[in-house]
Design a protein around this ligand. Structure first.
Ligand code: UTP
Length: 471
């Protein structure tokens, strides 16, 4: 390493009070020194100093002038049904013309699930044990086949899981995709800071970093060349989803149609909150700007407020599903990220006085992330579409309990259970309405209930487990 570079870095470390990262410098071999230098040269010191200012800020105030956001409801009236059918037609045309791509953010660490590997490799098929990646891949391929087009798939990983993710795809022959239609890219990483704003070392030659949040996908899309690739393919609609939602409808003509009719820059799906205290973000407007509020930012009064018809005033729960125009991604990132950073107080592995790694028993530092939904406040045109939770949203977040592999398996079996019932099978259900047993249908066999009804020859008896693979 040139000594000039080292001198410059050392100066910068002094200027930003981070010299402690060189504590073991003299005891490291040249390979270790190079590793640390390489990392230091990539750090944006002024940005990290700004972020350290966030540590002591007060969070969690409810904005006073908040109003509920307007939503396209589930179609019920004849007018709504007509509007939905027109939107669907437009959406189908967009897909057929090859103007839609799929985009999954899969760079998260999946800490709560505690799975050893990228979350997308986690097996979730209730009968087949298919991984999240495979389930999504089959949905996208089924849509490509239905609309006789090619829907490319953009996959955002992070430093922590990129190599494993790519290897998983190679091992599974890209789940039937042409490799040129799967575009991997990495999101950015950011150092965490300790209570006094200093970097945290997780080895003698490495500063602890974590992915910069799903909001980091906007800059990563541009930096990686993915947006350029989309432009070459004439893509107008990026269908954004998160890796862990097993019920995701990735290529949804209805949503795409409403989004395009409105010439929206970024649109979202919502479900009705299941109870006032459900821990999801929700859509609202402040000073006319669309926002997603975290549940922790709301007062109990706002959370419980109801309209005259008895429905929650703030009932639009955000489920991490968006459509985004590539031009909007470019606009948002023209001069660095436009998104605000959020701070999380976390337990971060760090070195003790002897340079040995330890996991603290209390939060010892701060991670910084941006959230994709914060881009909504920069939109001039946006659509929010209500969807059914039991048809579109069941995330795998935790090892057990709510939003776990168990609830995801239950929700998939309930979802496909409806298809089986529509095709004439009788399924036992428990007192809560859950199918007693497992059901799963590959989208490569049928991608809608109607398609399944037409095709399937069904036994009336359910044996406790049903699986339909492609043909
Ligand atoms: P979550 O916020 O649920 O995080 O991400 P997670 O990593 O899956 O799980 P925990 O919080 O560590 O337990 C929602 C979606 O956003 C992606 C995740 O991969 C998931 O699809 N994400 C999150 C990223 O791609 N990058 C990030 O930096 C954070």
């Amino acid at each position: 390493m040139p000594s000039d570079d080292f001198g410059q870095i050392r100066l910068q470390l002094e200027q930003y009070h981070q010299e402690h990262v060189l504590r073991w410098w003299d005891r490291m071999d040249s390979r270790q020194q190079e590793r640390l230098m390489r990392q230091l040269m990539e750090i944006d010191f002024p940005q990290m100093q700004k972020l350290s200012g966030l540590i002591r800020q007060n969070h969690g105030k409810t904005p006073l002038s908040m109003q509920p956001a307007e939503v396209i409801p589930l179609p019920e009236t004849p007018d709504e049904i007509r509007a939905a059918s027109q939107a669907r037609e437009l959406g189908e045309r967009m897909i057929r013309e090859g103007r839609v791509c799929a985009f999954v953010v899969a760079g998260g660490q999946g800490t709560r699930l505690g799975f050893d590997g990228p979350k997308g490799c986690f097996p979730v098929g209730p009968v087949s044990g298919k991984s999240l990646f495979q389930m999504h891949a089959e949905k996208i391929r089924a849509a490509s086949a239905r609309y006789r087009t090619v829907i490319p798939w953009y996959i955002m990983t992070s430093e922590a899981n990129d190599a494993e993710t790519r290897a998983f795809f190679e091992q599974h022959e890209y789940f039937g995709f042409q490799s040129r239609d799967v575009y991997f890219f990495k999101q950015g990483m950011l150092p965490a800071l300790d209570e006094s704003g200093r970097f945290i070392m997780d080895s003698r030659d490495h500063i602890f970093t974590s992915p910069d949040g799903h909001g980091g996908s906007l800059t990563a899309l541009v930096r990686s060349g993915a947006i350029e690739d989309m432009k070459k393919r004439n893509i107008d609609v990026i269908s954004y989803f998160q890796i862990d939602n097993v019920l995701i409808q990735i290529v949804d003509p209805l949503f795409i149609g409403f989004h395009c009719q409105a010439a929206a820059e970024m649109s979202s799906k919502m479900v009705r909150k299941s109870n006032p205290y459900e821990k999801v973000g929700h859509f609202g407007r402040v000073n006319g700007k669309l926002r997603v509020f975290e549940y922790s930012d709301m007062s109990a009064e706002d959370m419980e407020a109801r309209n005259e018809d008895g429905r929650l005033k703030y009932e639009a729960g955000s489920i991490g599903i968006h459509l985004i125009h590539p031009d909007f991604v470019e606009k948002e990132t023209r001069s660095g990220t436009a998104l605000p950073f959020h701070v999380a107080h976390k337990k971060i592995p760090c070195l003790n006085e002897d340079g040995e790694i330890r996991i603290p028993d209390r939060p010892n530092g701060y991670k910084f992330e941006t959230f994709i939904f914060d881009a909504l406040q920069d939109t001039t045109r946006s659509v929010i579409l209500e969807v059914r939770r039991d048809h579109e949203f069941s995330p795998v977040k935790n090892k057990d309990g709510e939003d776990s592999p168990r609830t995801a398996g239950r929700d998939l079996s309930n979802y496909f259970g409806e298809w089986l019932e529509a095709a004439g099978m009788t399924l036992p259900r428990d007192t809560e309405g859950n199918v007693q047993g497992q059901a799963e249908i590959s989208p490569l066999y049928a991608d809608t209930m109607e398609a399944f009804q037409k095709k399937a020859r069904i036994n009336k008896e359910f044996s406790g487990s049903f699986y339909q693979d492609k043909e």
